[in-house]
Write a protein that binds this ligand. Structure first.
Ligand code: NAP
Length: 266
């Protein structure tokens, strides 16, 4: 049995993860942390009655007390870097879904994990369909280099663009290289109307609306044709098979890897 804690357990994703672990035979939920609901029974998050375990406010205190094998993090962009470093320093393998860390922070986490020999995973998207979208988009970019990304999320999302959009753009740029799309002299009559451009030339457009969960279109243009590759996470359950896979896989790693695709396709 792998012993797992969840940080951000009261959040939209955290509650789903708590439920998935609670209902999985080879994983044992041994604790949960959230800045809200301190002292409340974890069972109240998932309508499971009394579990005898309560929500902790401080992730570090929880790690020291229960010594889990794995800590899953679905907290907030401003908390995730510190939480992940804390996990590694306590010998706990992090499985991180929280987005918003910059490339320098991710690299620092990878370097520290390598030095300590502790496995872990930072995954901007746990939905297996989304990883296939990135894989197919990367292949398409070899033949159709003109491309823009439209990502659409619920309106409570804290960071923009999404980690998935950045990962898609990075994978496309790695495949096709720098590329000048459209007119170099183009001007915006409304600031930001053409989206944000990653160095390497891929533009990302972020849409935020109630009613959405997590969606992305990668739109390619060629002579007289377009190709759209679209993925939709309709419910947060879509992320759970990936999260459970990540928890089971990090036990066998000796450093943090970035992207669930590394564990699925490599
Ligand atoms: P949410 O509903 O706001 O939940 C986050 C929870 O974490 C909140 O209850 C928050 O409390 C708590 N929290 C914040 N800082 C904390 C800390 N230091 N220690 C303990 N708890 C803390 O957000 P969400 O929709 O679940 O999303 C969480 C993250 O997952 C976001 O970054 C989102 O982009 C990402 N996400 C990733 C994937 C993926 O597949 N990788 C999929 C969906 C979402 P407060 O409100 O008091 O701060």
């Amino acid at each position: 049995m792998l012993r797992v804690v969840v940080a951000g357990a009261y959040g939209r994703m955290g509650r789903e993860v708590v439920k998935a672990i609670w209902n999985t035979d080879d994983l044992e939920l041994v604790g949960a942390a959230d800045s809200k609901r301190e002292g409340v029974d974890i069972g109240s998050l998932i309508e499971a009655g009394n579990t005898g375990m309560v929500i902790d406010k401080d992730i570090e205190e929880l790690l020291v007390r229960v010594r889990p094998d794995v800590a899953v993090d679905f907290t907030a962009p401003q908390a995730v870097y510190h939480n992940t470093i804390t996990c590694l320093n306590h010998g706990v393998r992090p499985v991180v879904g929280t987005t918003g860390m910059n490339p320098g922070q991710i690299q620092e986490i990878i370097d520290l994990s390598r030095k300590l020999g502790i496995g872990g995973l930072v995954a901007p998207n746990f939905a297996i369909g989304a990883l296939l979208m990135i894989k197919f988009a990367t292949e398409a970019a070899r033949h159709l280099p003109h491309v823009e990304i439209i990502e659409l999320h619920h309106d409570q999302k804290l960071d923009a663009p999404s980690g998935t959009a950045i990962k898609t753009a990075e994978a496309i740029i790695e495949q096709r290289g720098d590329f000048q799309q459209g007119l170099a002299t183009e001007t915006e009559n409304i600031a930001g109307v053409r989206g944000g451009k990653l160095s390497g030339g891929v533009r990302i457009h972020s849409v935020r609306l109630p009613g959405l969960v997590a969606h992305q279109e990668v739109v390619f243009g060629g002579l007289g044709q377009t190709l759209t590759i679209r993925h939709d996470s309709i419910t947060r359950e879509s992320f759970m098979p990936g999260v459970l896979l990540g928890i089971r896989k990090v036990i066998h790693l000796e450093r943090v890897v970035y992207g669930l695709d590394k564990l699925l396709f490599d």
